[in-house]
Design a protein around this ligand. Structure first.
Ligand SMILES: CC(C)(COP(=O)(O)OP(=O)(O)OC[C@H]1O[C@@H](n2cnc3c(N)ncnc32)[C@H](O)[C@@H]1OP(=O)(O)O)[C@@H](O)C(=O)NCCC(=O)NCCS
Length: 170
């Protein structure tokens, strides 16, 4: 199976925040942003493996800045690492200002798993990172995977060797 680079599956989606998307404070409702993140990441996963992939976990979501009604919101989804059947995907969220500047306001890290018609996991192409940021995210993906599997009860903490190195460094 041919390996791929992150830019081959890069997926960018821009949405306009409408009143129906907002909360009582007239800022974007967190659940709405999560749905957009899941959607853009799902398309990115599909482009990487050319197959249907389902959300296995949403690991790290940070809502750093409120997004106002009427804002133009751009979500950029990139695969940061592919394992056997799973792919870690970063979604970076930006708000566009009137002068065209893009300010990063949110981020999420999701894991998708490619499955066949019987919902069995399928092998996905390897990911070759190119830029410095892609290389950093690729290398740190292993400990995030172990954290997610430990929290899901699918990996014993004593077997999370990469994760343990973070604490050993302190
Ligand atoms: C995701 C799913 C296919 C995993 O099935 P499973 O029986 O746990 O399969 P496996 O144990 O063989 O794991 C398959 C891969 O998923 C990964 N995985 C499973 N749970 C995970 C989690 N919580 N976090 C990160 N990765 C996870 C495993 O590490 C493995 O990755 P690898 O093949 O790259 O090593 C299955 O749980 C599922 O279908 N879930 C429902 C998905 C869905 O419907 N999502 C939409 C939102 S409801």
């Amino acid at each position: 199976m041919k390996s791929k680079t992150p830019k081959e599956s890069l997926t960018i989606q821009t949405n306009l925040v409408m009143p129906n998307d907002t909360n009582q404070m007239h800022t974007l409702f967190g659940g709405k942003l999560l749905a957009w993140m899941d959607e853009v990441a799902s398309i990115c996963a599909f482009r990487h493996c050319n197959n249907v992939a389902v959300t296995a976990s949403i690991n790290n979501v940070s809502f750093d800045l409120p997004i106002l009604n009427g804002a133009y919101v751009t979500l950029e989804a990139k695969v940061s690492r592919a394992f056997k059947s799973s792919m870690e995907i970063f979604v970076d969220v930006f708000v566009e200002s009137r002068d065209g500047r893009k300010e990063k306001c949110n981020e999420a890290i999701l894991t998708f798993v490619a499955i066949d018609e019987h919902k069995r996991p399928l092998v996905v192409p390897e990911l070759i990172p190119e830029t410095d940021q892609e290389k950093e995210r690729h290398s740190s993906a292993l400990r995030r995977r172990q954290m997610s599997l430990v929290l899901a009860g699918k990996l014993k903490p004593k077997d999370a060797t990469e994760l343990k190195t973070i604490f050993a460094e302190q």
